[in-house]
Design a protein around this ligand. Structure first.
Ligand SMILES: [Zn+2]
Length: 86
């Protein structure tokens, strides 16, 4: 094996390890903090009329002010798949 091939293989391996570590960490963070604030209402769960007094539930988050993060959705999907497999 040439040195170049060795370095390339090592770099690829490192990239995979780092990538796996980052996604693992991200999934862990998504497990601890599964939600993020809804962008539309900034996590308030309601949208104010221009007058400032009237408001209605934010339709995007259904008034909860929170959105499930993509990582957590993937986690839930994986958990469900695991449960179905047993
Ligand atoms: Zn919202």
């Amino acid at each position: 094996m040439s040195l170049v091939a060795l370095i390339t293989a090592g770099g690829t391996f490192l990239l995979i390890v780092v990538g796996a570590a980052i996604s693992g960490l991200y999934l862990l963070v998504c497990r601890i903090w599964p939600f993020r604030a809804c962008k539309r209402c900034k996590g308030l769960g309601r949208l104010h009329a221009p007058s400032g007094k009237a408001w209605r539930d934010c339709p995007r988050c259904k008034g909860t002010g929170r959105k499930l993060r993509i990582g957590r959705r993937l986690w839930n999907h994986a958990e469900r798949a695991k449960r179905n497999a047993i």
